[in-house]
Design a protein around this ligand. Structure first.
Ligand SMILES: O=C(O)CCC(=O)C(=O)O
Ligand SMILES: [Fe+2]
Length: 262
């Protein structure tokens, strides 16, 4: 795993809100991430309905198979996700001292799957931080044809924590941020094994999968250590969520494990 960064890469990440790291995983690591992702999804399916699979004909069900917290049900995925090198990478880019896992998530865009509408991530989460960061690892080549990611560079600097939609309409985000209609989108096609990291507030989406193969990605969203509860319901267990008051530090080790502390 190639987790060293140049100062220039860190600067670009902070300016643009995203960065692509080519050849992040070596071929053996790619195979291991693929296997743990596939097995983790099968494990997850035994216990939980996948978040977005209610009506299989809905738009969102066909954006991707979205399987969350595979780390909790698959030992190999736990080892992948708990790797302190990932925590240090996220901390170095975000400029924070500690990194906790908010959630891991497999995002498998199926053959002929729908586009992922423009959105910002952090407003969905139970903490508000301008330094939240996500890792997105391509398990297949991500191309303009099969649904690679797109970003609106710099939008993390002007985003607020207002909820943003992620439905069928690409344009909905721009009802909230009409000024972002002027920003030139950047596509990030990349080879399998590449990593894309993005700030939790940067606007991003992905194209439709116009091919007959899946576009697989394994991702992890990170919370800076010390972030506080904002009251929004998301991935915390119900008892823990209910025990928190707005402003409390979210630090329950078995729910938001600390994987890196400077
Ligand atoms: O994989 C996709 O299509 C979207 C990914 C995304 O929104 C994210 O990782 O935050
Ligand atoms: Fe996202």
């Amino acid at each position: 795993m190639k987790t060293t960064l140049t100062d220039e890469q860190i600067r670009r990440y902070r300016d643009d809100g995203f960065i692509v790291l080519d050849e992040f995983l070596d071929p053996d690591e790619i195979e291991n991430w693929r296997r743990c992702t596939e097995e983790g999804i099968q494990e997850r399916l035994k216990t939980t309905h996948l978040q977005n699979q209610g009506d299989p004909d809905s738009y969102y069900a066909q954006v991707f198979t979205q399987a969350i917290k595979l780390r909790d049900v698959h030992e190999g995925m736990r080892q992948i996700m708990d790797d302190p090198r990932l925590g240090k990478l996220a901390a170095d880019l975000a400029g924070v001292d500690g990194i906790r896992i908010w959630h891991d998530q497999a995002l498998i865009k199926p053959p002929f799957g729908n586009a992922t509408a423009w959105h910002c991530d952090n407003p969905f989460w139970s903490f508000s931080s301008r330094d939240a960061i996500s890792l997105w690892v391509a398990l297949d080549d991500a191309t303009l044809s099969n649904g690679c990611l797109y970003y609106l560079p710099g939008t993390h600097q002007t985003a607020t924590f207002d909820p943003t939609p992620i439905g069928a309409n690409q344009r909905d985000l721009f009802k909230i941020y009409p000024q972002w209609l002027e920003v030139e989108p950047v596509a990030t096609p990349c080879k399998a094994g590449s990593a894309v990291l993005h700030n939790g507030l940067v606007a991003h989406g992905a194209g439709a999968n116009m091919t007959h193969r899946p576009r697989r990605a394994m991702t992890c969203a990170y919370m800076p250590d010390g972030a506080t509860f904002n009251g929004r319901r998301n991935v915390l267990s119900e008892p823990y969520h209910n025990s928190l008051k707005i402003g409390d530090v979210i630090d329950k080790e078995d729910e938001v494990p600390l994987i890196w502390l400077r």
